[in-house]
Design a protein around this ligand. Sequence first.
Ligand code: COA
Length: 513
Amino acid sequence: MAAETRARTVGEIMSRPPVTATADETVASAGARMREQGVGSVVVVDGERPVGILTERDLVRLAAAAASTSDAVAAWMTPDPDAVAPDADVASAFASLAEHGYRHIPVVDDDRLVGIVSMRDLMRIAQIQPADNLAGDVPRGLEGVVVAETDIGDVRGLEGFYHYRQYDAVELAETRTLEDVWYLLFNGALPSLAERDRFIEEIAPLREIPDDVKAILPDIARVAQHAPPLDLLRTTVSLMGAALGFRPSLDLSGAELYEQGLRVCAVVPTLLCALYRLQHRMEVVDPRPDLDYAANYLSMMRGDEPTAEHARAVEQYLISTIDHGFNASTFTARVITSTGADLAAAVVGGIGALSGPLHGGAPSRALDMLDSIGTIDKADPWIRDAVERGDRLMGFGHRVYKTDDPRSVMLRSVAERLGGRNVEFAKQVEQQAIDILAELKPGRKLYTNVEFYAGIVMDTCGVPREMFTPTFASSRVIGWTAHILEQAADNRLIRPSAHYSGAPPPQPVPPAE
Ligand SMILES: CC(C)(COP(=O)(O)OP(=O)(O)OC[C@H]1O[C@@H](n2cnc3c(N)ncnc32)[C@H](O)[C@@H]1OP(=O)(O)O)[C@@H](O)C(=O)NCCC(=O)NCCS
């Protein structure tokens, strides 16, 4: 018990002996050692002195650059890595890893490599250490705190860059289909043409809503006729999971969970469009196996076949929003999965988190804001008043991006390509808002986020405002599910601690009056 009640040191929990490499050996042999030993990095040493670190991420960079694995380790390692001393306490090592986004830090004693400490080691200790030792420094809203490892993707806020697996997400949105990216997220690699065809064939029948569930959709739409479609989706995904007998993820094999994930992701667009049309007393439009994902989605929503230009624009939006680091809804889905609950429960949790205006609920509000501003001559006073009142400008600001949101940059160019009444106006409002925010909120680094131009693009493609956030959900469910599969494959219950700040206990319980 003593070890659990005092601050623990890095030396006590580090892995040793560390797996090492030399700068002049090949990346192939160092990579093979990493795989054999089951570690995510090797420390590059000169004698006992660490001179660099080579991580899995470096191997991914090498593969992405199609470089040769016979390159020397020196060409791909990070030289002079930050290190931590063995007598440093766990909390400060944790803070350093989290702040710099490192996953591993060499432990160095007097210029001599003695071990390596990973985020995983620190997380293990954080589970048993009293919260006081770690929680004091945890920032509000967990900003910047690393809470898991993932191979699915990452967001680099200061660089304005994000990626899915090892590929630039914007480049994927510009060059690939949604099905390709879905396959990438679920399977870890982009599909060959034959794999893509098989995947599309596999998904097509899964777009159909099971008959029993379909039969009660009119009732659901009637009793909640004015509810946002996302609220109805939450209800029907839950119903579907129960009707199809989804069992706790803890009791399923990876393959069974994968099948369920495909099914839920494929049916979500159909459910959304059916519910939306029923709420508006329109006939439900069945999915069409001959149409690609986005064209099928628009056809089920609008009741007519969209132009190729509109389908492609919406597809680009959908690809760009499939995944985005440890956002609130993804985190929620992973927490629920970590309890071993079924896949539908995790997706329903994700939908709930996404529905909030601070997460996914902003694109229609951004368009409402443009409507409310009306004309560009009114933009300056309107924005100033709003910010001075303490209101948030919808479609601006981001927890991670402190520069242009790359999704907003891409969607701005999609909006320009499509043309339409609002684009020039939106660009002018964007510039004025950024200038006014810089003046009234100096240092906060507030720029447009994904939601600002998402609204413009969807509006131009005939997506009604009430379907903006649902459309976001229809792609993000793929990201949630990829995370659910990853969490289930290497699970540990996510159970953090809170710092108690209430009245000091124990107080005697007063008698009931
Ligand atoms: C996205 C968002 C929730 C990120 O929030 P966050 O990282 O917690 O940022 P904070 O709430 O700590 O805000 C930091 C400061 O910037 C200001 N700020 C952040 N976003 C702002 C916005 N959109 N308009 C005006 N001010 C904003 C805050 O008022 C705060 O100012 P203060 O220091 O004077 O109190 C926030 O930027 C926001 O509410 N944006 C509008 C909603 C939106 O577009 N959501 C979609 C997100 S993809």
